[in-house]
Design a protein around this ligand. Structure first.
Ligand SMILES: C[S@@+](CC[C@H](N)C(=O)[O-])C[C@H]1O[C@@H](n2cnc3c(N)ncnc32)[C@H](O)[C@@H]1O
Length: 333
């Protein structure tokens, strides 16, 4: 694989090839291309016959998720505090450069097994989610693709927090450092004191996840990133906050609207949001799941945009966001 080559391809250059200046003319060109060919202008593939009605004053796009994503390209409205249903690789290109102050995300880990391991004596099972199964090469390419787009839509020196387990965190770290030359500020270890037991008894009981905190600039140029040091210190009873956080698994009370196999506890996301963003900031999560990032963003008066391709999870997220209140984390804030 030619890493230098991959690093050099970006959507912006792709679009420059069309000889266009400015975001609006680009959006029009993409729409015209789509209407005349039925080919998704960014994916370069035939997506189906476009379901489009045009009269003198309106253009109405109807159809499945990819149409929504193209609609994003042609509208000037940024869907703030909205969940967008669809594939983030289709939707992210519809956002302008540098839109977001911060991105917090929990992508597929590629840890699911085609045949899950169950345990006769409890309900513990390994993950078997279709969205979490990739070949090694496909996972690498998928991760390069979404990180490239996230870096484009994130402000220069904006914060990027990415969750991962040992299955994927080295790949994600490699891509950030070696392909995109981004500055990694910290790796946070989330220690789960009540992690489920190891079924095979052939290895240590897995009880950690990691969060890479990177800044969106070349490693030598990164500066002025947001870190609310004093906030963190006061949350840690006056002592500097360390990068090892002992926080139990997502409690049942946070799953009352429905289950997700890898829903994160609000307590973990709470620390990230308070440490790495400010009131009024716009936060992106392109793998929103049950919307934990938005739930906590609401509590702390941050703006947000979520992307998630599974409508069932979006329904759970909507119910959680509607219920989210500003006071849940009095003990930590
Ligand atoms: C690890 S989960 C996120 C869970 C989330 N942090 C929560 O607390 O609920 C990853 C999510 O990404 C979604 N997903 C996977 N691939 C996607 C894609 N290409 N675009 C948008 N969503 C995707 C999956 O459906 C899944 O819900």
């Amino acid at each position: 694989m030619d890493y230098q080559q991959m690093r050099n391809i970006d959507i912006k250059n792709e679009l420059k090839k069309r000889g266009l200046k400015g975001y609006s003319s680009l959006k029009k060109a993409l729409l015209i291309e789509y209407l005349s060919t039925g080919i998704h202008p960014l994916k370069k593939s035939q997506v189906s016959t476009p379901a489009v009605n045009i009269d003198d004053t309106n253009i109405i796009l109807e159809g499945p998720e990819y149409v929504d994503s193209l609609y994003g390209i042609i509208t000037d409205d940024i869907p703030v505090n909205k969940i967008i249903s669809g594939d983030c690789l289709d939707i992210l290109p519809s956002f302008p450069d540098g839109l977001f102050d911060c991105c917090i995300t929990d992508p597929p880990f590629n840890m699911s097994k085609k045949k899950g391991l169950g345990w006769a004596f409890s309900s513990h099972v390994t993950m078997q989610e279709q969205w979490d199964i990739f070949s090694k090469d496909d996972y690498f390419q998928f991760t390069v693709n979404w990180i490239r787009e996230v870096l484009r839509v994130l402000k220069t020196n904006g914060n990027l927090f990415i969750f991962g387990s040992f299955h994927c965190i080295f790949t994600i770290g490699f891509i950030l450092q070696n392909i995109f030359d981004r500055r990694i500020i910290s790796q946070i270890v989330w220690y789960k004191p009540n992690a489920q037991p190891n079924i095979t008894c052939r290895m240590f009981t897995e009880s950690t996840e990691f969060i890479i905190w990177a800044v969106n600039n070349e490693s030598k140029k990164a500066k002025n990133w947001t870190f609310n040091y004093e906030n963190m210190k006061s949350m840690n009873r006056g002592k500097q906050m360390r990068n090892m956080w002992e926080i139990p698994l997502t409690p049942k009370s946070e799953k009352k609207h429905g289950k997700h196999p890898s829903q994160k506890p609000t307590a973990v996301v709470n620390r990230i949001i308070l440490a790495g963003s400010n009131e009024g900031d716009l936060i992106l999560d392109p793998f929103s799941g049950t919307g934990t990032t938005a739930v906590v963003a609401e509590m702390h008066k941050r703006k947000w945009i979520m992307i998630e391709k599974d409508e069932t999870y979006n329904q759970i997220a909507k119910m959680r966001i509607d219920e989210s209140t500003y006071s849940l984390f009095e003990d930590e804030t």
